[in-house]
Design a protein around this ligand. Structure first.
Ligand code: KG4
Ligand code: ZN
Length: 372
């Protein structure tokens, strides 16, 4: 069967076509098209919801057409539709949901609403060959979701029964990267820029062989707390205070640039350490058989390296997955896989009901994961 998936929860308009083998529960991503709006929003230092919606309205159908062309399939061959229902920005979600409701009505197709975070988790099921299977990773599965809006440790004891066992009390990890980039005047989105500057900072430290610790250490928030929650807003404030302090020293442009690289390095070290240690605590406490990393921040090279190293060292028996870097940010392939996952667990009667979704499906800015 063929599924067409659409993602418009924030600032990417994305469409994908996947082929699904219902018996084997395996899939192949045939195409995955992403139209990014980064250049549109960067002058504003963040995503402007109404601008995002305007862009989605222009891009949705061209992106769907590109996805069909790239997959060499025709719209009339599609058997199932899936669209991000939430969480996300309502003006952006509305466009995507309404577009697929229209297609569902005209083509008389079943339509699924997908939870965006479940999509990020499902990106782990897509292997390097852009194929995968829904049953390949044993349960319980633990996911660390780190995106622009979420930082959560999510336990999935059995298929699609999710339990949030830890989450941020304030800023999300990606949000902290974005805010630090903003206060250091590095631009938007912050994650990739801060991590690039951090790697330059690391090169300085290696070359000059000096210890940054004496000059600068940021806190590791909630590292020692007994629960699995996170907090990143105090860390961001520490960056702000330190930056304000050194700016008073009338540094040359070159010195200031050097400091920015060192600040990014130390900030990233703090975030990665907290995320890694909390993950290790969660594994110790809940003994999952599988670990997934998910969300935009999963593209962070340092986080990937450190998590992988520590996990393999401490829990060599665990099934460990990192999504392809290209599939960490928002995309429709992950929405397609999450759609197939949901569909594969539905009973016959519920599948029939999906044909009515063109009437009833509505976006939900705070849509939650299925609870256990
Ligand atoms: O999952 P995502 O694409 O969108 C949401 O659902 O929020 O995540 C976007 C977030 C942004 O905050 C961005 O700065 C962050 O992911 N990000 C990164 C990196 N690439 C993207 N953060 C750290 N390092 C990166 N390499
Ligand atoms: Zn996302």
């Amino acid at each position: 069967m063929l599924i067409l998936a659409l993602e418009t929860s924030c600032d990417e308009t994305a469409a994908a076509i996947l082929e699904f083998d219902q018996e084997k529960k395996t899939f192949q991503v045939l195409s995955n098209i992403i139209s990014s709006q980064i250049s549109l929003h960067s002058p504003w230092g963040g995503v402007v919801p109404m601008l995002a919606a305007r862009e989605h309205s222009k891009n949705i159908f061209p992106v769907i057409e590109q996805a069909l062309t790239a997959s060499q399939k025709k719209l009339k061959e599609i058997n199932l539709l899936a669209v991000t229902q939430g969480p996300g920005l309502i003006p952006a979600l509305l466009l995507g949901v309404n577009a697929l409701k229209t297609l569902a009505y005209f083509l008389d197709l079943p339509l699924l609403g997908v939870q965006h975070i479940e999509g990020h988790i499902c990106a782990n099921l897509i292997n390097q060959k852009n194929s995968g299977c829904l049953n390949c990773f044993p349960f319980p599965r633990l996911a660390l979701v780190v995106s622009g809006g979420h930082t959560q440790l999510i336990l999935e004891k059995e298929p699609r029964k999710y339990q949030i066992i830890g989450e941020t009390l304030d800023d999300a990890a990606g949000e902290a990267f974005d805010k630090v980039a903003k206060l250091l005047d590095l631009g938007y989105p912050g994650g990739p820029i801060v991590s690039y500057k951090a790697s330059q900072g690391e090169k300085i430290l290696n070359k000059e062989k000096f210890s940054l610790k004496k000059l600068l250490t940021f806190p590791r928030p909630m590292l020692k707390s007994p629960n699995l929650n996170f907090s990143f807003s105090g860390l961001k404030t520490s960056v702000l205070y330190f930056y304000q302090k050194i700016k008073k020293d009338n540094l040359s442009k070159k010195e200031l640039e050097r400091w920015k690289k060192l600040i990014c390095y130390e900030f990233q070290e703090a975030v990665v350490e907290v995320l890694t240690e909390k993950t290790l605590s969660a594994i110790q406490r809940y003994q999952p058989q599988t670990f997934f990393l998910a969300g935009g921040v999963a593209a962070n090279q340092k986080l990937r390296e450190v998590l992988q190293k520590k996990l393999i060292e401490k829990y060599p028996q665990i099934n460990f997955s990192l999504p392809q870097t290209a599939l960490c940010g928002d995309n429709a392939a992950m929405i397609g896989v999450a759609g197939l996952y949901q569909y594969s667990l539905l009973k016959k009667e519920s599948r029939v009901n999906l044909f009515k979704n063109w009437k009833t499906l509505s976006p939900d800015a705070n849509l939650k994961l299925e609870k256990c």
